[in-house]
Design a protein around this ligand. Structure first.
Ligand code: FUB
Length: 307
């Protein structure tokens, strides 16, 4: 065979790291990233993995906040929210998201409920992205007795909120089952029934974002977790499954994402367990990589980079 008949040589994709420092935060273990763009900065909100016994599960008592003008230099801010800020909560500062509406910042957060067995979702509010945040209701927004039980203790975790172009806010959440409900304009009360979204091999960690005319619902799938995604023209679905977005994160059995645009680029923020020899599934660390969309709106699989 002559040269032109040979199959094309494999050309590895060109990978441009956002930073030469992935994980981006090294002095603390950070997990379950959520992010928000405000006033020229990216605000990053994370859980704080604090376990002294890395084989024995999560110890998470507070959330952390960082900001960056360029996705490379990160400033840590004072602890903006703790489990103890929700007097009705017992423990477990799990995944959360902050969204802005009319100059106020609403923080939807997973905690363990003191009196209703299982996880619950609370909402805190502040006048600026750094807080101080205070409990906006004095009670949980979602408790475990409100949803169809699939896994009774972990059903009600991992809130994500989007406000559509007409101003309607939607809350999505769930472990094993994925739920959504409308929120009232006050952002602190449900407005209508809780609905279930059926997605292939859904585990947890929904994140809903919009880009152009498409809504995207990304989520953790299987266990250990990869991330998959679905697309829709409406925040109420129907959602069309589009495949795996991210493979297993290094040295972590969970995988949890925030997806957003900032200063003309698209970012994929996630965690892995690769921060030094003591890192792992219960000592996770936030990373950031670029995300690329195809012309038809689908997303290319993420290429995770490491310093
Ligand atoms: O960090 C605790 C839990 O682990 C989160 O709520 C899940 O998404 C998983 O990352």
């Amino acid at each position: 065979a002559c040269e032109k008949d040979k199959p094309d040589a494999f050309v590895p994709p060109v990978v441009t790291p956002v930073t030469n420092r992935n994980p981006i935060i090294r002095d603390k273990y950070t997990a379950d990233p959520a992010a928000l763009v405000h006033d020229g900065k990216m605000y990053l909100y994370t859980g704080h993995d604090e376990t002294p016994f890395p084989q024995e599960g999560y110890q998470m008592k507070e959330w952390l906040c960082y900001s960056s003008p360029d996705m490379v230099t990160w400033t840590e801010h004072p602890v903006p929210l703790r489990v103890t800020d929700f007097t009705w909560a017992r423990a477990d500062a799990w995944a959360s998201q902050v969204v802005e509406r009319n100059g106020k910042f609403y923080w939807y957060a997973t905690v363990d409920h003191r009196t209703v067995p299982g996880k619950a979702i609370g909402v805190a509010v502040a006048d600026n992205p750094l807080g101080p945040f205070r409990d906006a209701r004095g009670s949980a927004l979602i408790t475990n007795d409100m949803t169809t039980k699939v896994n009774s203790f972990f059903d009600d975790i991992d809130p994500t909120v989007i406000i559509d172009d007409a101003g309607q806010a939607y809350l999505y959440w769930g472990n094993t089952g994925c739920y959504y409900a409308k929120l009232k304009a006050n952002m602190t009360e449900l407005d209508g029934p809780i609905n279930t979204i059926v997605l292939p091999s859904y585990t947890e960690a929904p994140w809903v974002h919009k880009r152009g005319d498409w809504y995207y619902l990304s989520y953790a799938t299987e266990f250990p977790e990869k991330l998959a995604y679905a697309m829709s023209r409406s925040p109420e679905g129907p959602w069309e499954y589009k495949g795996i977005l991210n493979e297993l994160a290094e040295n972590s059995n969970t995988n949890h994402q925030a997806i957003l645009d900032f200063k003309g680029k698209s970012y994929f923020v996630y965690h892995n367990g690769a921060n030094g020899p003591a890192g792992g599934s219960f000592r996770r660390s936030v990373c950031v990589d670029y995300l690329y969309y195809n012309a038809d709106g689908t997303i290319q699989k993420v290429i995770m980079t490491k310093a």
